[in-house]
Write a protein that binds this ligand. Structure first.
Ligand code: PFF
Length: 452
């Protein structure tokens, strides 16, 4: 075990960890999903509930995941094994690590397909496919694109290869180097695009929509959607942040970094909203257009505005950057397990893990075209995977992580790892992780199984 721990890598600094964990959190969830679910749930009031969920549930569970990873110093499966032995807990707790690895594969398989769309749209933007097009043409462009398995397979393959190449190079030369480049790039692109959105005629309307809380539009369902999204967007509940925490140098404050990551993730989501809604309103589009909001509506805007060519390219490049810094964290738990537990080389582990997720991705691809008629529980394969992972596996994983950290681990161990500035802060965390977070997750769960 100790040899495994010794072989285990470490981020070169706490800053590298913050970049990597923020990179994992910031992804399609922020730029693609957050604007459309905010649009569907009425804007400002939804945003307030989402912020509360990030604070009350996201931050404490993130602290728990990082803390557990840092104590176990291995991949999620072996980390759980070490921690359960230390706590004298039941052996079945190690399934929590397994569930994370499986969830990572499942999410990556469809995440890479959608990220592949973003890659394809960079090229479409570059070649001027959007210029002068109206909504019907843009919709046709999108429909034709997803109707072609060959095109989707091509872009999915390219994105998966990029993910595998980065991860194969290891923690310091691969993941760390990539996020050092991707994250500042993402930040610069975001600021440029916010500047662009500010020149839109409907900038104020977009901002009003995002920040004006109209609680009459808030349903119990929106509250639960906001909670579920807090999980997905912070990469919680599946061991991604746990394995990143296992590479954390010892002198880092887990509480401070968790808050910083949650704030950065939230800021990016809000900036994405600030970019998307003015464009939507300025072009007479609807904020509640659903998952197609970015791919089917923004190109209309980009195709008809001055400078839209350049900003269209920038927008989709930004989406690819964000997706890439998340996909590397989706594959890392499995790769770490193959390296540490199965004694595989990192390169070989990346090939196996990447190949598996790549093949699984075909099912998602076919669910948009030749297999769209195949329904399981009334859902096509893509919808089923999304439902299974985001609605079930992540909340269940998060629930058990909170329970393990709060109720099973010994106080002195969690306190020693968290290194809180005072006893009071530790007690607040403990209260949140023992009671508030599990209760909130339990509510989501009741919602997704249809009890509520
Ligand atoms: N947080 C990522 C996003 O918002 O796109 C998605 C994600 C990455 C979820 C890693 C879960 C995970 F472990």
């Amino acid at each position: 075990m100790d040899i495994k721990k010794l072989q285990h890598g470490e981020w070169s600094s706490s800053f590298a960890f913050i970049l990597a964990a923020t990179g994992s959190a910031v992804g399609l969830g922020n730029i693609w999903k957050f604007p459309y679910i905010t649009g569907e749930n009425g804007g400002g009031a939804f945003v307030i509930v989402y912020l509360l969920c990030v604070g009350l549930m996201g931050v404490p569970i993130m602290m728990a995941e990082i803390m557990m990873g840092h104590r176990g110093k291995q991949n999620p499966v072996d980390t759980m094994n070490t921690l359960l032995k230390e706590a004298g807990a039941d052996k079945s707790w190690h399934y929590l690590g397994w569930m994370g690895i499986v969830a990572g594969f499942l999410i990556l398989s469809y995440y890479s397909v959608i990220a592949g769309w973003a890659l394809a749209y960079v090229v479409k933007a570059f070649t001027g496919s959007f210029s002068g097009s109206g909504s019907a043409e843009i919709k046709e462009l999108f429909d034709n694109f997803i109707a072609s398995p060959v095109q989707l397979i091509f872009w999915h393959t390219l994105f998966m290869l990029a993910t595998m190449l980065i991860v194969a190079r290891g923690i310091n030369n691969g993941l760390e180097k990539a996020v050092r480049f991707l994250m500042p790039g993402l930040f610069v692109l975001l600021i440029l695009l916010v500047g662009y959105a500010m020149t839109m005629t409907s900038y104020a309307q977009g901002i009003y929509f995002l920040f004006n809380p109209d609680f009459s539009k808030l349903t119990f369902n929106s509250v639960l959607t906001a909670m579920g999204h807090a999980f997905f967007t912070l990469s919680l509940g599946m061991g991604a942040i746990m394995v990143y925490g296992s590479y954390l140098p010892s002198d880092v404050s887990i509480a401070k970094t968790s808050i910083l990551i949650a704030v950065a993730d939230t800021v990016v989501a809000l900036l994405a909203g600030i970019i998307v809604f003015p464009i939507v309103f300025s072009n007479g589009l609807h904020p509640d257009s659903g998952p197609g909001l970015i791919f089917q509506t923004l190109p209309i805007a980009f195709g008809n505005m001055t400078g839209g060519w350049l900003f269209g390219i920038l927008f989709f490049v930004m989406l690819v950057f964000a997706a890439l810094s998340s996909s590397i964290s989706l594959i890392e738990p499995a790769v770490a397990w193959l390296v540490e537990n199965q004694r595989m080389s990192r390169e070989k582990a990346c090939i196996w893990a990447g190949l598996t997720a790549w093949l699984l991705g075909f099912a998602t691809i076919f669910s948009f075209n030749i297999g769209s008629g195949i329904k399981i529980f009334d859902r096509n394969f893509f919808q089923l995977l999304d439902y299974l992972t985001a609605n079930l596996m992540l909340p269940i994983g998060g629930f058990f992580i909170a329970v393990f950290a709060g109720w099973i681990m010994q106080h002195q161990h969690s306190e020693q790892e968290l290194k809180m500035p005072d006893r009071q802060s530790y007690r607040i965390w403990k209260f949140l992780v023992c009671y508030v977070s599990p209760a909130a997750v339990f509510l989501i769960f009741l919602h997704v199984v249809g009890v509520l």
